[in-house]
Design a protein around this ligand. Sequence first.
Ligand code: ATP
Ligand code: MG
Length: 219
Amino acid sequence: MRLGILGGTFNPVHLGHLRAAQEALELLNLDRMLFIPSALPPHKTDKSIAAFEHRWRMLTLATGDNPAFRPSDLERHMAGKSFTVNSLRKLHEDFPGSDLFFLVGLDAFLEMATWFRFIDLFRLASIVVLNRLGYGTEDVLAFLVRHLAENFVQSGEAVFTHPDFRPVYYLPSTRLDISSTHIRKLVAEGRSARYLVPEPVLSYIHANCLYGVNGINGE
Ligand code: ATP
Ligand code: MG
């Protein structure tokens, strides 16, 4: 099986995530896309993160109408902070013989050298870099040459290869400049986040008073 993975805080999930996942599914001919919310994001320890259960329910609502999309609660019970390398190892155990494709926005990709055991990530999965405004393929190659191997090469318009690593892809996906941060800000200011998140997610946010000025975590 060709298994796509989109990890994130999903605080909340939005149309940028869903559209990127859909395009990756088609362009890389993937069988399934797992959305994995992090339990305790290593890089985000502030209080503006909604409880796992809320982020999980919003993901369930957002992905329910697409048979290839599945939320995965793999990181819910992971001891300590959730590191991507542990999740990818677990996925190899759970889906033996599968090819893993780990999606990451270009902004996050360029920070990957700070991730726990980051070199292993490039052996465990094909990294699929999602187009974000202001960056290009040259940034991807520069990162690979600098942090992984000098002789990493661009072997197609959007593929980078090296014998020691899985191929790295650059996905020329539609740029939807949507972020969860912006959505949280809109909601906190009492403005509408319509057309940025799926309608059921918006209803969920309001029904549970998430991201408001008073109850940031809806608790
Ligand atoms: P925040 O604003 O809280 O950082 P976010 O919108 O960046 O949230 P995350 O949950 O942090 O969302 O992102 C999960 C993954 O999705 C990351 O790899 C990120 O780069 C990618 N991503 C986020 N927004 C988009 C978008 N609009 N288009 C494509 N990829 C995105
Ligand atoms: Mg982000």
